[in-house]
Ligand binder design. Sequence first.
Ligand code: COA
Length: 327
Amino acid sequence: MQWKSKITGTGSYVPEKVLDNSDLEKKVDTSDEWITERTGIRQRRIARDRQTNSDLCLEASRQALHAAGVKPREIDLIIVATMSGDMPMPSTASILQRKLGAPNAGAFDLNAACSGFLYGLSVADKFIRTGASRKLLLVGAELNSRFLDWKDRTTCVLFGDGAGAVVLEPTRGRSGILSTHLYSDGTLWDFICLPGGGSENPPSLKTVREGMHFIKMKGNETFKVAVRTLEKLVLSTLKANNVEPSELAMLIPHQANLRIISATARRLRLPMDRVAVNLDRYGNTSSASIPIALDEVARAGRLKKGDYVLLEAFGAGLTWASALIKW
Ligand code: COA
């Protein structure tokens, strides 16, 4: 039997500070009713002033390593999926490496926005399958609150901060990551973007004045593409593995909008008690949403050995991705 990769530990962390919809009613022209009905979000977590992305990574990573029974020194590769790293360079993965005390690891960041964790999982799976890595730490972490325009009601109500981590190791057993699937349509890059601060629009008075360092989103246009794309994606992922929707134990979707999540679940004829949802408490934590949700369902004992678990995400790029896991 060939080598596969297996998740041997999960961890997650969200900042303590809670920002609920009624707090946002005081900042922008919005209402708890609109946010809850249109998105399903009730609260989100916001990092403390001096807390960094790598701090969030560290908390989640320690938990995942502890759950896997792996010491930081044993880790040979660290991948951080993020679009809100501590700084453009060095990578947040290298900063995490120092904080964690993992001197034997290579380290790099990966950016596929909200699909980042599943892109990372796909890369990690390849490293493990080929024997290039034996103990890999993969983190999805975002400090979205630093990149939100708190005057723009169309974006600031949606996002939150948090981190989730997994440890991956090789296995020859039947369980593990069965397949991963990555897609992108760069022609729709401007549906969700943060145009300032990169080499196209380096930081200047103009970029700051024009608010180019904030997340911009064409919400409604993105919504339509997301629903259509994710319905196809979940079915094709199951088909690639000859698994019927009725055999699925759990769907762990990216947490952008409850209406998108419900539409995908309906397409799979999956009852909502087999769908992981945490956006009511954390909002959209981008690349952290899936590993946080995975950690929560794993710790709650909702995953049994041999369960089929489907993960799917959609985000800026546009990008979308999926993975099927036998737990
Ligand atoms: N509070 C109150 N009203 C708001 C609002 C807010 N926070 N944000 C927008 N509105 C208003 C709009 O201005 C608009 O008003 P108008 O009709 O007078 O012009 C109205 O609500 C409808 O806006 P629309 O953007 O069409 O709403 P929507 O039903 O599409 O919901 C999103 C907006 C962002 C919640 C939804 O489109 C969405 O979730 N999109 C996908 C996000 C996603 O998947 N992203 C990928 C991963 S990051």
